[in-house]
Write a protein that binds this ligand. Structure first.
Ligand code: PMP
Length: 406
């Protein structure tokens, strides 16, 4: 069994003391956004209370302090993901921003006849920017299919990939199914054909510590708000040679070396991709969130969450008419389900009345819902601060909702 002091951990999260509709909150919507520990809240408060200033341009003390803390945060992120260089870490506003930045940069890399490969289980934010790119360039988007267990068919990838393939984009973990994809295999296969790989790590980052050098991935993107950090900040990791090669995404202050009306030259990395005043406090708080999670330890977090996952899965399966979508051999603590004949929205609404937060709908992954031929699912997603008692309450509430609706 996992070695986590959950009772102690729960004391770090003020929101877990809340009541919702008269019941103590059970927060099982962690895949949408995680909750924030006091240590991160204090970091945010400390920034605005003590050293709020614009960075990189100021000669005064506060600006220097804020700059130092922001660049230290970049170093913390670098270490966490084991990037070779701090300037390979670009602060973004989140996963969506990181993907759009690269998709935009690839406009100059693709031409008609080129192909890009996407997996069948992507979040809309890892589909739409590439469709827009294909429209601009005439490149063709092809889809790596999956099976009913929610696992990608790697044998199909081997048939789809060719010298025409310029880019493969796939999530490390599916937000709708929890599937952990074999990204190392996909990266190695893509590289055999000279294609670059972008991995959407939004759902993996809260559970798995990715090593970008060991993976040899070209781009890896995450959002801080899924891993105990604030909203509005995230990371794009890119290999130095790619980031040097790709054009800037946005123009503005901070990203230039010199500007005249005749010609502008761009700043070096990472500033080339960080136009305008960044989310300074957000970057610093992101690092505080990584420190918090690393102090607990990702192995401990993952082991405990797997126990929660198996406990909840087994209990749910005892309920008549239960259908669970995605039973990959390797998955994170996400359960997507429906109950025969009931609408997921109705179940979610009744659970909320009992103080239990889950997500219902298509989870920004409509192609997955089409694949299973359903309008949506109820999704419960667990974090390391959740408990077995909360799962018991959830199971009882699901049974009660079922009785009320049938
Ligand atoms: N990809 C995946 C797999 C996600 O789960 C999410 C968030 N639901 C995103 C991308 C988008 O992240 P954000 O909204 O933070 O940009």
């Amino acid at each position: 069994t996992a070695t986590l002091d959950v009772e102690k951990i729960r004391k770090d999260f003020p929101i877990l003391k809340r009541k919702v509709n008269g019941y103590p909150l059970v927060y099982f919507d962690n895949a949408a956004t995680s909750q924030t520990p006091q240590q991160v809240i204090d970091t945010i408060s400390d920034y605005y209370s003590n050293y709020n200033a614009n960075i990189h341009r100021g000669v005064h003390a506060l600006s220097q302090e804020a700059t130092d803390r922001y660049e230290q945060a970049r170093e913390t992120v670098r270490q966490h993901f084991n990037a070779a260089k701090a300037h390979e870490i670009i602060f973004t506003s989140g996963t969506t921003h990181g993907i759009n930045l690269i998709a935009n940069g690839f406009s100059s890399e693709l031409r008609e006849g080129d192909e890009v490969l996407v997996s069948a289980m992507e979040h809309h934010s890892n589909i739409v920017p590439w469709q827009m790119l294909c429209e601009r360039t005439g490149a063709k988007l092809k889809v790596i299919p999956m099976d009913l267990k929610g696992e990608l068919l790697i044998s199909e990838l081997e048939k789809l990939i060719s010298e025409k393939t310029k880019m493969v984009f796939v999530n490390h973990v599916s937000n709708a199914l929890g599937t952990v994809n074999p990204i190392k295999k996909i990266i190695d296969k893509a590289h055999e054909f000279g294609a670059a790989v972008l991995v959407d790590g939004a759902q993996a980052a809260p559970h798995i510590k990715a090593d970008v050098q060991a993976l040899d991935v070209d781009f890896y993107v995450v959002s801080a708000h899924k891993m105990c950090g604030p909203t509005g900040v995230g990371m794009l990791y890119g290999k130095e040679e790619w980031l040097e090669k790709l054009p800037p995404y946005q123009g503005g202050g901070e990203m230039i070396a010199t500007v005249t009306f005749e010609k502008t030259t761009y700043a070096g990395l990472p500033h080339k991709f960080e136009a305008g005043t960044p989310n300074i406090c957000g970057g610093i708080a992101f690092a505080a969130a990584l420190d918090y999670m690393n102090a607990i330890g990702f192995e401990n977090i993952a082991a405990y969450e797997q126990e929660l996952l198996h406990y909840a899965t087994n209990k749910l399966k005892e309920i008549d008419g239960m259908v669970i979508y995605g039973e990959a051999a390797e998955k994170t603590s996400v359960i997507s389900f429906n109950i025969d004949g009931l609408h997921p929205y109705d179940i979610g609404t009744l659970l909320d009345k009992m103080g239990i937060a889950v997500r219902t709908g298509h989870h920004c992954a409509q192609p997955i819902m089409d694949f299973f031929n359903i309008p949506g699912t109820v999704r419960a997603s667990f974090s390391f601060y959740n408990t077995f008692e909360e799962i018991d309450r959830f199971i009882e509430a699901v049974k009660k909702a079922k009785m009320m609706l049938q």
